[in-house]
Design a protein. Structure first.
Length: 260
């Protein structure tokens, strides 16, 4: 079996920044094979897209398991689709475990149209503080992740995560966030449960971050920065029940996988 594979840096206009994702367009339905490919790629996510006449199905696998929602690999998949699969298209709709996901070309960006997260405030401040070295001022539990809010960007940059403790926290992963110096807000994302200690740029986390900061800052449109080592910039908009998340993408490599 031979499969085309694309490596794309999402939420960046330059290689070696943003979040790298692998993208494979095929009709694979072998979960074990897809998981093995994702483990071999050893990126935070590998996206598998099956384009049919009636629907486009997308699935994402981390190095250790399948995930229900992934933003950067969806952005990367749309980039591949628009540039190499169907160059005449301006929009694509994906069916996924996380719902219907849409990606549109908008000016010089690709814009994700995702369902908005719902979240409630909980008191996990002490356990989060113990896990990352600094107690947050607020904690929230969303449908997928735990989120901790801090006072300023320096707090986020100086966190010292203990991944053995983070893996025991509620939720899939931990979002940490604060107001930014040069952006409306900044964040980092830790997800050791899925084999990703720190994700470089996490589109899905912004389905929680965008409505939170939109309410706090009284603004529908927000400029965000994920302040990981690679870093990435996101252009966010809070809608009624959806979140728009815009970003760039760039091809790093195109190749093929040979499976005997």
């Amino acid at each position: 079996m031979k499969l085309d594979i694309y490596y794309v840096d999402a939420f960046s206009h330059e290689t070696f920044e943003g979040n790298p994702a692998a993208v494979i367009f095929s009709n694979l339905n072998d979960d074990n094979l897809m998981q093995n490919i994702a483990a071999e790629n050893n990126l935070s996510e590998t996206a598998f897209v099956n384009v049919t006449e009636n629907e486009n199905i997308i699935r994402w696998f981390s190095p250790t398991k399948e995930v229900d929602l992934c933003g950067h690999a969806t952005l990367a998949s749309a980039f591949v689709y628009f540039n190499y699969i169907n160059t005449g298209k301006e929009t694509i709709e994906f069916k996924s475990n996380g719902g219907i996901l849409i990606v549109n070309k908008k000016d010089n960006l690709l814009e994700l149209d995702f369902p908005k997260d719902t979240f409630t405030q909980i008191n996990n401040r002490d356990v989060v503080g113990d896990a990352v070295g600094l107690k947050p001022i607020e904690t929230y539990k969303g449908q997928i992740n735990l989120m901790a809010v801090y006072e300023n960007e320096e707090d986020i940059l100086n966190l010292k995560p203990d991944f053995n403790k983070i893996i025991k926290l509620a939720g899939q992963g931990l979002i940490v966030t604060a107001p930014g110096l040069y952006h409306d807000f900044v964040s980092r994302y830790f997800c050791p449960k899925y084999g990703i200690n720190e994700d470089p740029v996490t589109g899905s986390a912004h389905t929680t971050l965008t409505p939170y900061w939109s309410d706090k800052l009284a603004s529908k449109k927000l400029l965000a920065k994920q302040v990981s080592k690679r870093g990435g910039e996101l252009f966010c908009e809070n809608k009624d029940d959806r979140v728009l998340i815009g970003g760039n993408a760039v091809l790093y490599m195109k190749g093929s996988i040979n499976i005997s």
